[in-house]
Design a protein around this ligand. Structure first.
Ligand code: PHE
Length: 344
């Protein structure tokens, strides 16, 4: 082989060994194999040779080119492999590290209670009726035996809207709707959960927005004993089989007689503690026999039909059940508050 070609080839091979990294490799390629590199310039020298010398010279240059190209390809493949290995190592995932929890949300305890109460009454054959947040005075007050100048209106300070409408102060408005809609048909056996609103200053035990679950039963010969048995069953399913209930006389314009219902304290089993303020009893709801005046106004002859009604405060039950001390927590959407509650 042409000596010059041979020495350039050897030099190329030894320089290729020294070339470092992809940059070094590309520099080497530019010096030897690229258009203006050593090999093409060797080929271009063919012109200056005598025709009989050209064949051998051309073969020698081509051989050198092949040797260099092959060595270059090998080194390139090697570098790529090394690069990949390095990247894989740098980007490797340690599957033994603890994962990050996605922080799943939970049902609001409020919702858990509504579902539980609803299930209890569905099991007893009640239907669930949805009421409306915006009411007419007629349904929230008048048909419930609370006329315009009635002092009972003071107990429920009301948000009035334009046009004489209002935000309902009690789910009892749903009673009046259902009776009116059924047009005298019986039996009625319904519950109606929903939001209620009163112009209260918010504090630990008051919220201008809260929720109730209304219950209404109208049929032949409904008695206070039926009401008591129903609420006892409810209290035991909600607060435990050993619970007792007691009825205290009270006043609501739309029930007569009216009662306030206490459940024996599930915290101290009735012996007296902070939760029941030492009395052994905790008030859970208001109830009573549907006032004959209300039955009549809503299209049911009180001589023939009777009924009972009750209203449960949802937040109150949730606070008792879960030991929550501040009603405002239900409405603050604080994940730390919500996360410990799970449906049974
Ligand atoms: N609506 C009453 C209240 O908000 C509760 C109640 C409902 C009482 C049904 C008797 C019957 O205080």
């Amino acid at each position: 082989m042409d000596e010059n070609v041979e020495s350039i080839c050897e030099l190329g091979l030894s320089e290729l060994k020294k070339a470092e990294g992809p940059v070094g490799l590309e520099r080497w390629y530019a010096a030897y194999l690229a258009k203006k590199g050593a090999i093409p310039s060797l080929l271009s020298k063919m012109r200056d040779l005598k025709p009989e010398e050209r064949g051998a010279y051309g073969q020698a240059v081509n051989k050198a080119k092949e040797a260099l190209s092959e060595a270059y390809a090998k080194k390139k493949a090697l570098l790529e492999e090394e690069g990949l290995a390095k990247r894989l190592e740098a980007e490797s995932i340690d599957i033994t590290l603890p994962g990050k929890s996605a922080g799943l949300g939970h049902e609001n305890p409020f919702r858990v209670i509504v579902d539980e109460v609803t299930d209890i009454f569905l099991d007893m054959g009640y239907e669930v009726v949805s009421g409306r947040d915006v009411e007419d005075d007629l349904y929230n007050f008048e048909l419930l035996n609370v006329p315009k100048d009635h002092p009972a209106r003071d107990m429920q300070d009301t948000f009035y809207l334009k046009g004489g409408r209002l935000l309902r102060t009690q789910t009892s408005a749903a009673q009046a709707h259902v009776m009116k809609e059924r047009g005298g048909k019986t039996p009625i056996k319904m519950i109606s959960p929903g939001k209620t609103y009163r112009r209260d200053d918010d504090d630990m035990t008051h919220s201008h927005q809260f929720a109730q679950i209304e219950g209404l039963l109208v049929d032949h010969n409904v008695s206070l004993a039926n009401l008591k048995a129903t609420l006892e069953l409810f209290a035991r399913k909600m607060f435990g089989q050993k619970r007792e209930i007691r009825l205290r006389s009270s006043y609501f314009p739309f029930t007569e007689p009216s009662v306030e219902v206490d459940v024996s304290c599930f915290n101290c089993q009735g012996t007296g503690c902070a939760m029941c303020k030492g009395s052994g009893w905790i008030e859970i709801l208001g109830a009573g026999m549907v006032n004959p005046k209300v039955l009549k106004m809503c299209g049911y002859d009180p001589e023939e039909w009777s009924g009972f009604a009750f209203g449960v405060g949802v937040e109150r039950v949730a606070m008792l059940r879960y030991g929550i001390d501040d009603i405002r927590r239900f409405y603050q959407n604080d994940y730390r508050f919500l996360s410990p509650f799970k449906a049974k």
